[in-house]
Design a protein. Structure first.
Length: 172
């Protein structure tokens, strides 16, 4: 696919539990394939907002490097739980991410619970993960578009997604 022709998918199912975003997305790929995309550093580099210094499929310390254009910021992470291919939980700086993968026919229902310090950030977090997971879905389809991170996300509908998620989460 031509990157310039990339269009985000419709908004996903979301809700907020206090300062936790609950983001649900169905993918056409089996849990083992989605698990690899969530844990393997070479796959994460092609879709996630960060680079991982190691495979996230094992508990323990890690470093996640946030990428925004030429700017990178290393942040400590700790993989708390890794139960392939169904549950991955890790800290990222002060945030907590919990990825749950449930088989859904030939595909996977992905439920991300991302806890942040400030509830007002949830629409932005939802929009960012939305774009990242669109990119991951293309990668898993064998039609990679390359990561969309940081300020570049504005060129791919991030602000419209943020506004849509703000309405859905009651954070307008």
């Amino acid at each position: 696919m031509d990157r310039d022709a990339f269009e985000p998918s419709p908004p996903a199912e979301v809700r907020a539990d206090d300062t936790t975003l609950v983001f649900v997305r169905d993918l056409r790929h089996p849990p083992t394939t989605v698990w690899a995309a969530l844990t393997d550093p070479s796959q994460l580099a092609q879709w996630a907002p960060f680079l991982a210094d190691r495979d996230l499929g094992d508990p323990g310390a890690a470093t996640l490097t946030l990428v925004d254009g030429d700017t990178t910021t290393e942040q400590p992470a700790t993989v708390r739980r890794a139960e392939p291919p169904h549950l991955l939980e890790y800290t990222w700086g002060d945030d907590l991410l919990r990825w749950e993968l449930t088989a859904l026919g030939a595909g996977t229902r992905l439920t991300l619970r991302h806890t942040v310090a400030d509830r007002g950030l949830l629409p932005m977090v939802a929009a960012g993960w939305h774009l990242c997971l669109d990119v991951a879905d293309r990668l898993l389809d064998g039609d990679p578009v390359g990561p969309i991170r940081g300020a570049e996300a504005n060129e791919f509908g991030w602000s419209d997604l943020r506004d849509s998620y703000a309405r859905r989460l009651g954070e307008e």
